[in-house]
Design a binder for this molecule. Structure first.
Ligand code: BYC
Length: 304
């Protein structure tokens, strides 16, 4: 039987029953739970636009996307449960503020263009971050990521298609898109986490092959990917320092406001209180469903 270190060195997967250092288990629980919470909280900013979508087609698309996000949350909570934690307990940790979720979902969605920009930039950033996680060393997480990424790429395209449509519309629609890009660009760059020299977890997570790239490497990849897409759309990315650096073969770009990221992570973003309060309410309101499901399962067990 291989030891944990041998499995990691050979680039194989750690499975739930394998021996693993307690710190590895704790790191995986932290990251997977935080990721699951992000998917579930991430339903809110787009969800509020379902009833206000401008056509039946847009409503059906948005409804399906938000439902996919609920599904991603479920795969991820299931992956976390293979590490010996309980989903109810993780939800308690989210609503009591003990566990984090992605900073990006603490910003408001002010117009329907935000739905398109979330698809293009937020799901685009999520893909950049999550494709390498399909090769993450923890088996259940890596396998969940494969399906999540397939769905995320569909989400990204629906957002981009919505924006292309709006950009072919009226001046007012083009202005809505530009305004949404101005508001979401910097928070999207912050999704990748703090800069590498201020990222306490990266070195160990790279050594354990949980993360395959650092926060800054993925942020750079996202900028390089987004610039040509912005040109095709005809929008301006709100960064005066953004330019191609032929020597590096990458774009130079400005510094995100790291103090803002810290504030949002610590709970002081524009929508943190509202997001968590909505989640707490939904959890309490759904108690009867969980009770009914548990009673049904007990009845079936007794009958068996
Ligand atoms: N927001 O040492 P670091 C989606 C925390 S869902 C909040 O670099 P790590 C979608 C970090 O947790 C997108 N917290 O950490 C859904 C750590 O905290 P603690 C969610 C952040 O883990 C619906 C501390 O800061 N994606 O796309 O090595 C609709 C220091 O950071 C953030 C995932 O969760 C942040 N932005 O790297 C549409 C992906 N950044 O617990 C779209 C999986 C950092 O040590 N997660 N923190 O106190 C990851 O890849 C990594 O956990 C991160 C951070 C790159 C996010």
């Amino acid at each position: 039987m291989s030891t944990f270190d041998e499995v990691i060195a050979a680039d194989r997967r750690i499975e739930p029953r394998d021996d693993m250092p307690e710190a590895y288990r704790a790191t995986m629980i932290r990251q997977i739970a935080q990721h699951a919470h992000s998917e579930i909280i991430g339903m809110q900013p787009e969800g509020i636009w379902i009833t206000r979508a401008p056509s039946l087609r847009r409503k059906a698309i948005l409804l399906a996307k938000v439902q996919d996000e609920a599904g991603h949350g479920l795969y991820l909570y299931s992956a976390a449960e293979t590490l010996g934690v309980d989903r109810t307990d993780l939800t308690e940790r989210l609503i009591s503020g003990k566990q984090k979720y992605s900073s990006i979902f603490n910003y408001p969605t002010l117009s329907f263009a935000d739905v398109g920009v979330i698809g293009w930039l937020v799901d685009g950033a999520a893909i950049c971050n999550q494709v390498p996680l399909c090769r993450s060393s923890y088996g259940p997480y890596a396998r969940a990521m494969i399906r999540v990424c397939k769905e995320e790429s569909f989400h990204q395209r629906q957002g981009y298609e919505l924006l292309l449509t709006m950009m072919r519309g009226t001046d007012a629609q083009r202005a809505m898109v530009q305004d949404a890009v101005d508001r979401w660009w910097w928070p999207s760059l912050m999704m990748f986490g703090p800069p590498d020299d201020d990222s306490p977890n990266t070195a160990r997570s790279m050594a354990w092959k949980i993360k395959r790239h650092t926060n800054d490497e993925l942020r750079q990849r996202f900028v390089d990917m987004s610039v040509p897409q912005a040109e095709v759309l005809g929008v301006t990315l709100p960064d005066p320092e953004l330019r191609w650096n032929a020597e590096r073969g990458e774009h130079d770009f400005g510094t995100p406001d790291w103090a803002e990221l810290r504030r949002v992570i610590e709970g002081d973003g524009p929508c943190n209180a509202e997001r968590v309060e909505n989640r707490r309410w939904a959890h309490e309101d759904g108690a009867w469903v969980r009770d009914a499901a548990a009673a049904h399962a007990r009845k079936k067990e007794l009958a068996a």
